[in-house]
Structures are given as C-alpha cells and as structure tokens.
Design a protein around this ligand. Structure first.
Ligand code: ADP
Ligand code: ZN
Length: 720
C-alpha cells in the first residue's frame, strides 16, 4: 500500500510540476495503485484528468513510462506540454526524421526520459520490444483504450496486439484509459488487454461544466449567429450532417466576420491538417465539420459545440458534445432540433440492409429523439441512457433553467389534423399553416382551399407559432413528413386515433429565439485583461512553435486575470503554474499584470474618494470655470450647476474637462456609467486609431464631452 509519505510526494509533484493544488476524484487512488506496481483500468469522461494518472507515477517511479496513443498528432502537444512543466518527455512515431528518432532512442536507452509516447505499431516491432527488455520501464499506459475494441467507435487494428504486452512483460504495471461510456465496449477492452483482474476505476460520466441546450430548428443560420454572439472570439465546433451544409455554413460565418473554416472527409489531407492546426493554435475560432472531425483534436478550451443537425445516436451526441470544456470551464452544447432531420436520418437507416443492425439503429435514433423532445432534465435523460441514474435535476440544461410551459392543445391538434385531412394531398407544413391562417394566396385559391372548414381557423396565432405547433405534432408522431415528397404530411395511426377518440395532447408553448433567458456565463473573469493575456500566450506559442494551450490553459489565464495582487506567491498559486513555468514565463506576464493593477488602483482610488494625485496638463481655470468648481465642491450636480450659472450641460462638462486638466479633482469615474469597461476598452484600443474611431469602438455610448472628459482624466492620472 502506498504510504502517507508516498502520497505526500505525489501531491508535491502535482503542485510543483503541474501547478495544481488538489487531485481530481480518483486520480490519487489510481496513482497509488500504479505506484504499488498494480494494474488499473480507468473509465473517466473526457476532461476528467486521465493523463496525470500515468504521468505522475511515470515521473515518480524509476525508469521510463511508455504511453501508447493512437493519435500521432496529439503526441507532440502532450510532449510539448510536459516539457514546459520540466518533465523529460519525448515521442517516437513515424512523423520523426531518422536522425531525430536516433537521438530520442539514445536518450531513452540512457534512461534519461520520464515518459516516452509511442505509436502502437512501433511499440510492437521486434526490435523495439527487444530494446524494452534492456531498459527500465516504469509502466505501460494504453490511452484511448477503446481503440482495441471492435464495439467501440474507433477500432484500430494495430491496437489488438497490445494484449500481448501483458504476457511479454507481466511485472510492469499497466494502465488502460478510456472515456467510453458504453458497458459492452468496456468489457471487451478489459478482455482484449488482459486486464480483467486490474483494479477498476469507474467515474461518473457526467460533464457538469457542459450546459445542454436544445432548440427547435427554425432558421438555423440566424440561430447559430445569435448563439455565437454570446461566444465572440471563443473556440467552438459546429457539426453538420453533410459536406454541403458544412461548406455553406462555413462560408456564411466567414461572411459575418467569424474566423471559421470547413472540415470534412472530402477535403485533401493537407487542407484538413491545416484547418485542424489553425484551430488548435487559435488562429481560427469556429470549425464547421462533419463528424469526421474530432478524434485527434484535444483542444481543451472548446467553449461550445453546436449540432446543426440531429446526431444518429445519444452515443454520438455525448461524444461530440464532450469535445467542449475539457479544461473544466463552463461550456455549452446546443442542438438544433428539426423534425425534417429526424426523417432524413430515418431514411438513411432504412437503407441499412442487415435487419438486426437496422433495428439497433432505429432504437438509437428513437432514444436521441426522445432526448431532444424531453420535457424533463436533459442530463438525467442523457446519463440515464448510460445507466447512470440521477435523483436530482441538474440545474444546467435548458429544461432546468427555463422549464417549458405546457398547455392543453387537444383542440388545436384536432383542427390541424382535420386541416391536413381536408386538404387531401401532398402538402407540407408551410402550406397547411397558410390555410389555418386564412391566406388567400394563388396556390390556395387554385386548390379552392379557401373553402375548407379549417381555413382561417385562427388568425391570432402567428406563423412561427403555427409552425411550432405543427412541428411538435410531427415530433409527437401525429403525422410524418415525407422528405422524398418535399416534406408532405401524412397522418399516422396515432393521428387518426386522435381524430376518432379525442385524446389529450400537451404541447410546449412557443418561445421565440434560443432560450436565452438563461443566465449567461460570466466566468467571473476580467475579459479585457484576459484577452490581453491570450494575445501574449499566442505570441509566445508562435515563437516556440507550439499550441497556445500547451503553455497555459484558459483556466490559468482566467485566474491570472482575477489576481488582486501581483506577487511571486500569488503567481505560483495559479492553477497550472508549476515551478518550471513560473521560471520561464512569469517575467513575461508580470509587467502586464502590474500595469493593469496600477490602472485599476488609480480608477478605484478616485472612486472611493481616496486622495488620488492628479497631474496638471492644462492652464489654470478661468473665473467662470472656478465658479463651476466652487459649486461642484459643494456637492452640486451637473444640472444644478448649469441652472445656477445659466449654462448648458455641455458647457459645464467643458468646464469639468478644463478643471481636470488643471488637476482639480472632479470624480469622473462616478460620472460615467460603467467606467471600468470604458477604461479597459481604452486600454485595449489600438494606439494608432483616431479619437473618433476610439469613441465609436466603445461599447458604452458617451457624448463627445463625456468622452473627452474621460480622456482628460486618463491623462491626469497618468494613464495615456
Ligand atoms: P482527459 O485525458 O481525461 O480528457 P486531461 O488529462 O487532458 O483529461 O485533463 C483535462 C484538463 O484538466 C487538463 O487541462 C489538465 O491539465 C486538467 N487537470 C487534470 N488534473 C487536474 C487537477 N488535479 N487539478 C486541476 N486541473 C487538472
Ligand atoms: Zn437539467
């Protein structure tokens, strides 16, 4: 058993090298298991912190830890990140030139590495295995272990042979890790890797920092743009069903000034790599992709995932949304749910020839539809699907945050169905709504549908509401939409039942827009300063030819932006600031933080009435300006002074400007609504832009005089 002392050592490595104060759930137990020389099988969701589970024992145990990972593209990032923490790590795969390989193997043989990342096909060559016999190995870690299973979503033939390792080197502890939630696959993995006796660590598959949102799909582009408004400059992925939709959406986003790119399997490998790399390096913010994108992208600060189209199963949905928020910060998953998509996917499934497989896929789709239409907590439905029962609602999904209002729509539903029946023909939702609203457009007249009983049934319900009602009725199975006949509606058995037996129908009230009554994430950070820090990180990463997040995570920068004092101790306390990184980078960030703290103190000092020294930048005040000052000192406001002296507000403000320039203490921060924001935005502004441009770019609307007053104030307190 790992002793108390060993645990303390592990904690010290966690703090000194990785810069973290606490272990996440199960990390410590897993680490201790390996330190005891035993095997472990770890099932933990994405972002749970699997890497540390083998990295820390590799560092602590004698010898080199061998990490098997299927994704060559990820190895460099992982090794970069470790190197920056001062860990001796390297990778050995086909991307290396032979001279580079040689150097790495030499280091490895000399025992100079804590960790070596190896591609599976390389590990299992005779020569490499022979090498292993001569070198001290601390452990084997099999990352993305689901790749060994044919049941899993990413089977890799080269993984199958990894099971042999257990026989070849039975004394070296082995750890297999996966984020696969499906039980069937888990058992398969354990069997294939000969890890049936390994200690198992199964954590909850909940991703509490992901907020699940489902919105009825109406005008997807507008809905997406509206959603992106809240995530300006953040990284995200938008999944679409087809290449065409991917390309259209990417072009549209670019037109709206969003740094985005398309990604799908039809693109040449080179372009795909470039897009992926640009995304990892924060050169583009939004990737619009088919599901071909994701595996092999380990970007911790993906803030949102949008499903423009319906995923085929909850498994896919969970996996794709799971790419958000690996760093543990608040993130959102938005699904645009349209009944047309359900039909599209259904038709794709109908083409599946094997009956059993078809049945499975239909079941999976139905579960996905049920999740999308759930009127109860989405997270409960989601986790329930993976056999994880929850007692409580999550409080962080659209249903919990903004419970749908429902109403008895039995009468309405009946009218709609009657209308579809009366119209007798291949008509889609839009046309039926036209009838119900009493339109007399050419098509209706030529079909003589203005004579139907249901024509003009209720003109007070607007088009969007009607559409929503009809879609919900489709979702609830009262009729189907036939994609091959341009969405023509056909009444189902359930629909006919309703007309016969008057069953009760409950619908959710129509809600325009994405449910944005929800509280927005504030993340409690200082956005202006955070953005500045991000830029610095980007520059450093460019210089070092690495991904920005291998230097510092968004978590570290967020905490940095919230620091109240800039001392070495405070910097070392930041999550993710190990000693090595502190040595290497603290000096780059310190001056920025210090300047920011100074500016802020200046602004605050004046707010709280503390003596703040203003510097004279202009001539002494004139007589009339002195009158203004006298009244101001007596506590009179702008209007009062104006009335007393017979001056307009504008003129009084001009006096204030002169007074501030002459170092008279007018409390400008209290005069400007949201002063801090204005100050921050001016701090961030391009120093070469014109004053009128500067003013225009502010998010706060200021009059010309107010704006000049702020500038005078900044000059007087020594911020330029
Ligand atoms: P996984 O491989 O399970 O998806 P990672 O190992 O990539 O997860 O970890 C996800 C993020 O959480 C990383 O940014 C990592 O540095 C961070 N992390 C891991 N363990 C801790 C911890 N104990 N405290 C704080 N952050 C942690
Ligand atoms: Zn919920």
């Amino acid at each position: 058993m790992a002793t108390k002392k060993v645990k303390e050592q592990a904690r010290k490595v966690l703090k000194d090298i990785f810069g973290y104060d606490e272990f996440r759930p199960m990390q410590e137990e897993i680490i201790c298991t390996l330190l005891d020389g035993k095997d472990a099988f770890v099932l933990m969701p994405t972002g749970g912190g699997k890497s540390l589970c083998y990295q820390i024992p590799s560092i602590m145990r004698e010898g080199t830890g061998i990490v098997v990972s299927p994704l060559i593209s990820l190895m460099k990032d992982q090794v970069d990140a470790l190197t920056r923490c001062g860990v001796k790590a390297a990778y050995y795969n086909s991307s290396l030139k032979s001279a580079e390989s040689k150097i790495i193997l030499e280091k490895f043989e000399a025992g100079a590495l804590d960790l070596l990342y190896v591609a599976p096909e390389r590990l299992l060559t005779k020569t490499f295995l022979a090498r292993l016999e001569k070198i001290k190995i601390s452990l084997f870690a099999i990352d993305e272990a689901h790749c060994v299973s044919q049941w899993g979503h990413d089977f890799r033939p080269e993984y199958v042979r990894l099971g042999e390792l257990r026989n070849i080197m039975p004394d070296i502890p082995m750890i297999a890790l996966t984020a696969t939630a499906d039980e069937h696959t888990r058992e398969d993995i354990a069997g294939r890797l000969a890890l049936t006796k390994a200690k198992r660590f199964i954590s909850s598959f909940d991703r509490p920092n992901i907020r699940y949102l489902v919105s009825e799909k109406r005008q997807p582009l507008t809905q997406v743009l509206q959603f992106l408004e809240d995530w300006k400059g953040a990284s995200g992925i938008i999944y679409c069903l087809s290449r065409k939709r991917v390309e259209d959406m990417a072009v549209n986003l670019q037109r709206h000034g969003i740094r985005s790119a398309a990604y799908h399997a039809g693109m040449p490998g080179r372009s795909r790599e470039k897009v992926q790399d640009d995304f990892l390096r924060d050169r583009i913010n939004v990737i619009v992709a088919t599901i071909a994108f994701g595996m092999g992208v380990d970007k911790p600060n993906v803030r949102f995932v949008i499903h423009h189209d319906l995923p085929k199963s909850i498994e896919s949905y969970y996996q794709e949304t799971g790419r958000a928020g690996r760093d543990g910060m608040e993130s959102e998953a938005l699904l645009l749910y349209g009944s047309g998509d359900v039909n599209l996917v259904r038709r794709l499934i109908e083409n599946v020839e094997n009956i059993d497989q078809r049945r499975v896929e239909v079941h999976k789709l139905n579960s996905m539809v049920a999740l999308s239409e759930a009127l109860t907590c989405r997270r409960r439905v989601l986790l329930g699907y993976f056999s994880e029962e929850r007692e409580e609602d999550c409080g962080n999904c659209d249903v919990c945050l903004d419970p749908p209002e429902t109403y008895d729509a039995s009468g309405l539903a009946e009218i709609v169905l009657q209308c579809v029946r009366e119209a007798k023909g291949d008509f889609a939702i839009g046309y039926i709504v036209d009838i119900l609203r009493g339109s007399k457009n050419a098509r209706i007249l030529s079909n003589k549908h203005e004579r139907l009983k249901t024509h003009g049934h209720d003109k007070t319900i607007n088009v969007d509401e009607w559409m929503s009602i009809l879609r919900q009725l489709v979702h609830q199975g009262f009729f189907t939409q036939d994609v091959s006949r341009r969405g023509a509606l056909t009444i189902t058995k359930k629909g006919r039942m309703l007309l016969r037996e008057k069953t009760q129908v409950t619908l959710a009230k129509y809600q325009p827009g994405i449910k944005r009554k929800l509280k927005r994430f504030t993340q409690g950070r200082n956005e202006a300063l955070f953005k500045k820090l991000v830029v610095v990180r980007e520059q450093l990463a460019e210089q070092e030819d690495a991904s920005p997040h291998t230097l510092f995570s968004d978590v570290t920068l967020t905490e940095m932006s919230q620091m109240s004092e800039v001392t070495d101790q405070a910097l070392l306390r930041l999550s993710g600031m190990g000693k090595h990184k502190f040595e290497a980078y603290a000096d780059v960030f310190r001056p920025i933080l210090e300047r920011y703290a100074r500016d802020k103190a200046a602004a605050k000092g004046s707010n709280s009435g503390q003596a703040l020294k203003l510097m004279a930048k202009g001539p002494r005040p004139t007589d009339v300006q002195s009158h203004t000052w006298a009244l101001y000192r007596k506590g009179q406001g702008l209007d009062a002074i104006g009335i007393a002296l017979g001056l307009s507000e504008k003129t009084v403000l001009n006096h204030y400007i002169s007074l501030v320039r002459a170092a008279y203490h007018i409390d400008v921060p209290s005069l400007v609504g949201d002063f801090e924001t204005v100050m921050q935005e001016l701090d961030d502004a391009d120093p070469y832009s014109s004053l009128s441009q500067l003013k225009q770019d502010l998010s706060v609307d200021l009059s010309n005089e107010m704006f000049r007053l702020v500038l005078a104030w900044r000059e007087a307190i020594g911020v330029n």
